[in-house]
Design a protein around this ligand. Sequence first.
Ligand SMILES: Cc1cc2nc3c(=O)[nH]c(=O)nc-3n(C[C@H](O)[C@H](O)[C@H](O)COP(=O)(O)O)c2cc1C
Length: 176
Amino acid sequence: MDTSAYATIKGLRVTRSYLARPLDPGDLEAILEAGRWTGSSKNRQGWVLVVIADAAARERLAAAGDFTDPIRNAAAAVALVKTADGNDFDIGRLAQNLMLAAATRGVGSCPVTLHHTGVSQRVLGLPDDQSCRFAVALGYPDPVAEEAGRALRRAAGMWGRKPPDEVIKPGPDLDH
Ligand SMILES: Cc1cc2nc3c(=O)[nH]c(=O)nc-3n(C[C@H](O)[C@H](O)[C@H](O)COP(=O)(O)O)c2cc1C
């Protein structure tokens, strides 16, 4: 049994504090390649991944959401553009694949909501039939700042997961 994929999946946590270091091209390429191979409904692949490393451009994209500091702090943001034949489930899978692939290479990540899709559409120069509600921030974790942020979230109870019996239920017994 290969347990390393399971460990990466279970160990994935968002990173919001990053070192001021650009992504190695090999890391970025591998992360994007994992995204490209994401499965999608009817294999439509209704997405475009827009990579934004430039700080001023990230700042403009950050204005499209309400909790976008990870985009400002990151080495790069990948805007997940949904094309006319895309859907939200596939975009979620895409984001998770990017994040898991990033984790395998020591790159931290955070999904970020772009609440104001009119702004993201303008910043990214998208046509009317495309939209962008989510981005993934990427960068090498700053261990000290990250741990401080996590300690705050732990103290505020914003940590961990609901217990199994709250989120996993037996289905109806259809034999009776
Ligand atoms: C759909 C989605 C949108 C999110 N949007 C934001 C966001 O806008 N800003 C942010 O800092 N974190 C955002 N997050 C990160 C969540 O807050 C994070 O996944 C959650 O608190 C669990 O964190 P953990 O996996 O480190 O335990 C988002 C996560 C998801 C799945």
